[in-house]
Design a protein around this ligand. Structure first.
Ligand code: NDP
Length: 392
């Protein structure tokens, strides 16, 4: 049905390649390309079906264009880093190829992420008759679809949203991140931000926390308020929302390590001179931390990510919780990856499937909550991320 070019051979790219390969009638031809071809070859060698591999620098638009012209994909799944988003979108425009990613654009020199840079591409994609689907991971991604599903099937009006991301996983290291350390640490050392009554309210990093009782035996955990990109798009597409917050669990040990690293300057993203060479401390830290793609074998525990929603149905107030639980060891037994990469890679594959099968179509740049949630929700149950809902 379609030829797909996957860019990025990290933890998430590994899962996307495996999951696309499991569905040969949709993903008829697969090319996995990344900065380091050996990583693509290693992933390909673990997949029973034959997939092609290539080296590409996704910051170089003409290199991307050459690769696209030679492989002729129907779409690109971008699971490289947020820095590459705009370059890959430029290459899609030049070659007439559809686009999907899991994280919004971020400039390298400023720890800031927002959708405006990619939303600015809407008219250009529309003029070319192309589609770009932004944020088809878990959060953003499945959480946005959960919201759209709740609005379609459970509420006349939604007033409040809490997205709550819990990871009880233990990888055995004193400190490691479950996805790219540079992107992860940039995200969580920023100020917190939430939306209330038409305004954004800023908080100091990790300054707001509370306990939340997670289902299915996970129990009481401390959750911390963070800013996350899906708040921005959900507020835009569902202006009825009065209050929206994003929360994440962290262990005390993780937060202590992070505080020390911050205090000694290791999370800085400005260049410093070291023995005559310019280095960026956070990039150096990434180089010495465990590779998230290598954590799978030792990680035990579960992720539980979901949306707690308050609103009105038929004149009555309603509270509703929808979530997925993913077991790190189950993800490892299926594809050889921990649950954080798994919960991102599976929705990226499903988003691409929605586009290639024509279940979701459009001309321009879209966030995932703008489409009918039903076919995506059905595929989550089939491809490894079953969800449950509770009326509270
Ligand atoms: P990794 O660091 O493990 O992998 C990133 C991959 O991209 C690496 O293979 C890297 O190459 C490659 N890459 C980096 N720069 C370039 C470039 N210029 N050209 C070509 N390839 C490049 O990250 P993850 O797999 O953990 O994360 C991938 C993406 O998924 C990130 O954008 C992250 O923010 C997003 N994500 C989204 C989530 C969601 O729920 N929405 C959750 C988790 C992650 P090399 O191996 O040579 O370094």
């Amino acid at each position: 049905m379609g030829r797909v070019l996957i860019i990025g051979a990290g933890g998430v790219g590994y899962v996307v390649a495996h999951k696309c390969a499991q569905v040969p009638d949709v993903f008829t031809d697969i090319l996995l390309a990344s900065r380091t071809k050996e990583k693509c070859d290693k992933i390909a060698s673990g997949i029973k079906r034959s997939i092609q591999t290539a080296r590409v620098d996704a910051d170089n638009v003409s290199e991307l264009v050459d690769l696209i012209v030679s492989f002729k994909p129907d779409m690109i799944i971008n699971v490289a880093l947020p820095y590459q988003d705009l370059h890959i979108m430029d290459a899609c425009l030049k070659t007439g190829v559809n686009y999907l990613d899991t994280a919004n654009y971020e400039p390298r020199d400023k720890a800031k992420f927002c959708y405006s840079w990619q939303w600015d591409y809407h008219e250009r994609f529309k003029e070319k008759g192309l589609m770009a689907l932004l944020g088809s991971g878990f959060d953003p991604g499945v959480t946005n679809v959960f919201f759209a599903w709740a609005k379609k099937h459970h509420f006349d009006r939604i007033d409040e949203l809490d997205i709550i991301d819990c990871n009880t996983g233990d990888h055995g290291y004193p400190f490691a991140t479950n996805f790219n350390p540079e992107i992860n640490i940039r995200e969580i050392t920023q100020k917190g931000r939430y939306f209330e009554n038409g305004k954004w309210v800023e908080t100091l990093p990790m300054a707001v926390s509370k306990d939340f009782d997670f289902p299915e035996g996970i129990g009481l955990r401390k959750i911390y308020l963070l800013y996350h990109e899906e708040l921005e798009s959900l507020i835009k597409h569902f202006p009825e929302i009065k209050k929206a917050k994003f929360w994440m669990t962290f262990s005390e040990s993780y937060l202590n390590h992070l505080k020390v690293l911050e205090n000694v300057g290791m999370t800085r993203i400005d260049p410093v001179m070291f023995k005559g060479t310019e280095i960026i401390p956070l990039q150096f830290l990434k180089a010495i931390l465990p590779d998230p793609a290598s954590l799978g074998e030792h990680t035990k525990g579960r992720t539980c990510i979901g949306c707690l929603i308050k609103g009105v149905l038929a004149g009555n107030e309603k509270r509703y919780y929808i979530y997925n639980i993913c077991n790190h060891q189950d993800a490892f037994s299926e594809v050889g990856s921990q649950a954080v990469s798994y919960t991102t890679g599976v929705p990226a594959m499903i988003g691409a499937m929605m586009m290639l099968t024509g279940k979701w179509s459009g001309k321009g740049v879209f966030n995932i909550e703008q489409f009918d949630p039903d076919p995506f929700m059905e595929k989550l149950n089939i491809y490894g991320l079953p969800w449950k809902e509770i009326i509270l």
